[in-house]
Design a protein around this ligand. Structure first.
Ligand code: NA7
Length: 299
């Protein structure tokens, strides 16, 4: 395979994460071309010297490497394998980096489809939320063959600060799903604990203070605890996307015959929030779904 140095990078999917990652790639000196389903989001990046392509296929024909960061497997299927998708006009020697969170099986399907075109594929789901994407401090959970991983390093360095090579393609997604399942349980425990503490007449701030002074403290609670108490639910990571990840986790658990009763229950909290029309809100807003169930509102 003809592995040229990567200078021109394409980016498809300019949501909360992708828009910030594309901007960081441009700031680090890559020539960036983007495509987004809703064009206005792409236009807001033009001030950073970023070009807009007319379709994912058109984008792939103009770059050395292309990246994706879209919502879910159907969106990724569309932009990668659709009629106007990236692989419709990709060529041998290119690199495809997917930052979306999808299933391990779909990542492997994409790797095989890319290989048929002579394209190296790397899956690199991220964690670090909106702030990490903004600052270029994301943690990347990579699944890739060693050669492809090596090629992607300059792109990773532009968007993140730590790369964990989890194994071959599929391994990164598997780790990401387990990580998000854990976050959902941490958040659920915090919300349930706060609501019960308050109902029993104790200030939930005391609960948070003890958690954060203890051996089970977490930077995650430092991030989410005060914002829940202040009722600040600006979207860093949406309820809809966490529901998607928990569903992918449960699909994988079913496939591998691993019982995961806690995550099955926690997903229902997210389903309840979605039923209440809160899908686009931040995951911290699941507390409001629990408040509605219990009749206890944090104050
Ligand atoms: P956002 O902010 O919800 O952004 C999602 C992006 O995916 C956005 O660019 C969407 O385009 C795009 N999208 C969604 N559906 C499609 C279809 N069908 N076709 C093309 N593009 C689509 O998500 P985040 O940035 O927080 O997260 C992105 C991924 O990283 C996700 O997998 C997370 O779990 C982790 P739009 O602007 O709506 O037209």
């Amino acid at each position: 395979m003809n592995a040229k140095p990567i200078k021109r990078v394409g980016f498809v999917g300019l949501g909360i994460m992708g828009s910030r990652m594309a901007r960081n790639l441009a700031r680090k000196g890559f020539e960036v071309t983007v495509w987004n389903r809703t064009r206005s989001r792409a236009e807001s990046l033009q001030a950073d010297g970023i070009k807009i392509a007319s379709s994912p296929a058109a984008l792939a024909s103009q770059v050395d490497a292309f990246c994706t960061c879209v919502s879910d497997p159907p969106a990724l299927r569309e932009v990668a394998l659709g009629k106007e998708g990236l692989l419709a006009s990709s060529r041998s020697g290119q690199l495809f980096v997917d930052f979306s969170t999808v299933s391990p099986e779909f990542s492997r399907e994409l790797e095989a489809a890319a290989a048929r075109q002579g394209v190296d594929f790397v899956e690199a789901p991220v964690t670090g939320s909106k702030t990490g994407a903004e600052k270029g401090t994301l943690l990347l959970m990579v699944g890739a063959k060693p050669g492809a991983l090596e090629r992607a390093q300059p792109i990773f360095q532009a968007v993140g600060e730590k790369v964990v090579h989890c194994g071959p393609v599929g391994a990164g997604s598997q780790v990401k799903l387990a990580g998000n399942a854990l976050i959902s349980m941490m958040l659920e425990g915090l919300c349930e604990g706060m609501l019960l503490t308050q109902r029993a007449g104790v200030d939930p701030r005391k609960f948070l203070e003890v958690v954060q002074s203890s051996g089970f403290r977490s930077p995650y609670y430092e991030f989410k605890g005060p914002s829940i108490l202040r009722r600040e639910f600006e979207t860093h990571f949406s309820i809809d996307l966490m529901f998607k990840d928990l569903s992918l986790f449960l699909d994988s658990a079913a496939r591998h015959r691993i019982p995961t009763p806690s995550i099955a229950a926690v997903r229902e909290t997210y389903q309840l929030a979605r039923a209440q029309g809160k899908g686009a809100q931040d995951i911290a807003a699941v507390v409001t779904a629990l408040e509605d169930l219990s009749g206890e509102k944090l104050h």
